[in-house]
Design a protein around this ligand. Structure first.
Ligand SMILES: CC(C)(COP(=O)(O)OP(=O)(O)OC[C@H]1O[C@@H](n2cnc3c(N)ncnc32)[C@H](O)[C@@H]1OP(=O)(O)O)[C@@H](O)C(=O)NCCC(=O)NCCS
Length: 377
């Protein structure tokens, strides 16, 4: 049997229009552009508009990813949405996304904090490698602002809202997901958590009075965790793929703080230019951060056909997750073509599907006839 590989064939993003700058935040809490910029590298972030919901943002990014891949929603075998900011506790965002896109496949959400999209991508990879599914839409989406206390300067300056999506498809040419690592350290759960609103602390007047429905963070603890985890996880995953850090064409680290990214580059002894950074424009968008960086890196021409891309995230859980991929031959350059490549690829796929269907329906009676003749003999 032919070896199966899982490759990214489509990508898309949705970022809300509303921009919240460091100067805007100076008017809201006791902070300064200077403090935020020097400690984090963040200059601005996006905040959801009135019409934006987690599912609407996810579906918008998902639709764009389908178009780049030249697929329709009905072609999908599965949708996985990584988010920690769902529309509702129940049902899952993924079901709403399936409906909004007009897909007819299974759909589920996955919670792994900022590592969510990498967890979701590796899950999709398993479905494809096992031969179960051929086309999976993998989305990372967050409206972190809904859980932010805009009176707490230690957290509200760090995060933003966004969605990004990728289509993962089976391929028989080597490449795609080469290796991955998933990690969890639940003992540090309280480093980054929302204390109430779940079964441990159901919503009450006290919850609201004590602002316990908002995100709490141990910044120094998380920084230490990130400094220890991200570079070593990058390394393990790269070596697992049979490569060295120098072989990687582009690193896509979790986008939470430029200082942490610089430290990772130093530890890996890789020039910072090999690290894609957009945290300055979006802040930390949690599960959307790594895929948003991937999508923008492709859009900006930072990733070419056949490039090796290493991605790593860490976050609430605490969790971490890394993946090393080789981008497909032809997939990236096709998307940069002058005319609507998505539509052209869609038509090409439809034509080849139709040819196969016609061939099957033409040959099946002939095949059955020959078989029956054989049996009679
Ligand atoms: C959050 C982070 C930028 C804080 O930077 P830091 O240099 O460690 O700052 P500290 O937490 O030590 O705080 C230093 C001072 O700045 C103050 N401060 C915190 N936020 C501030 C803000 N937005 N504006 C101005 N001052 C602020 C603190 O109150 C503290 O003042 P104090 O000494 O008078 O109490 C850093 O710890 C970090 O990036 N951690 C990782 C966070 C992360 O990645 N989270 C997401 C995980 S997915």
């Amino acid at each position: 049997m032919n070896q199966r590989y899982a490759k990214i064939t489509g990508w898309g993003k949705y970022v809300p229009e509303r921009v919240l700058t460091n100067f805007d935040l100076e008017q809201m809490v006791d902070t300064s552009d200077e403090w935020i910029t020097t400690r984090t590298g963040i200059k601005e972030r996006r905040i959801r508009g009135e019409q934006d919901t987690t599912s609407s943002m996810a579906a918008a990014a998902g639709q764009q990813a389908l178009e780049t891949a030249g697929l329709q929603a009905t072609d999908l075998d599965l949708i996985i949405v990584a988010t920690s900011s769902p529309d509702y506790i129940l049902p899952s965002v993924a079901n709403k996304v399936q409906d909004l896109l007009g897909a007819s496949c299974g759909a589920f959400s996955l919670v792994a904090g900022c590592s969510g999209w990498v967890y979701a991508l590796t899950t999709a990879n398993q479905f494809i490698m096992s031969g179960t599914y051929n086309r999976v839409l993998v989305i990372g989406v967050e409206i972190v602002s809904f859980a932010l206390d805009f009176t707490d300067r230690r957290t509200c300056v760090l995060f933003g809202d966004a969605a990004a999506a990728t289509v993962l498809e089976v391929s028989y040419d080597p490449g795609g997901v080469l290796s991955f690592e998933l990690g969890s350290d639940g003992a540090k759960a309280e480093y980054l958590y929302v204390p109430d609103g779940g079964t441990v602390g159901p919503m009450s007047q006290r919850t609201v009075d004590e602002r316990r429905q908002f995100l709490r963070m141990n910044g120094a603890g998380l920084a230490k965790f990130a400094l220890r985890t991200m570079p070593s996880s990058f390394k393990r995953t790269i070596y697992q793929a049979g490569l060295t850090p120098d072989d990687v064409d582009l690193y896509i680290p979790h986008q939470s703080n430029v200082r942490l990214i610089e430290a990772a580059a130093r530890q890996l002894r890789v020039p910072l230019e090999k690290f894609y950074i957009n945290v300055d424009r979006y802040g930390n968008t949690s599960a959307a951060a790594v895929p948003l960086a991937l999508v923008e890196a492709i859009e900006e021409g930072r990733i070419k056909d056949g490039d090796i891309v290493a991605m790593s995230a860490f976050g609430a859980g605490l969790t971490w997750a890394s993946v090393v991929m080789q981008m497909g031959e032809g997939e990236i350059s096709a998307a940069h073509s002058l005319f609507s490549m998505g539509r052209a690829r869609y038509l090409a796929r439809r034509t080849s599907d139709a040819v196969i269907d016609t061939a099957q329906s033409a040959f099946l009676p002939l095949y059955t006839f020959i078989n029956q003749r054989r049996k009679k003999k």
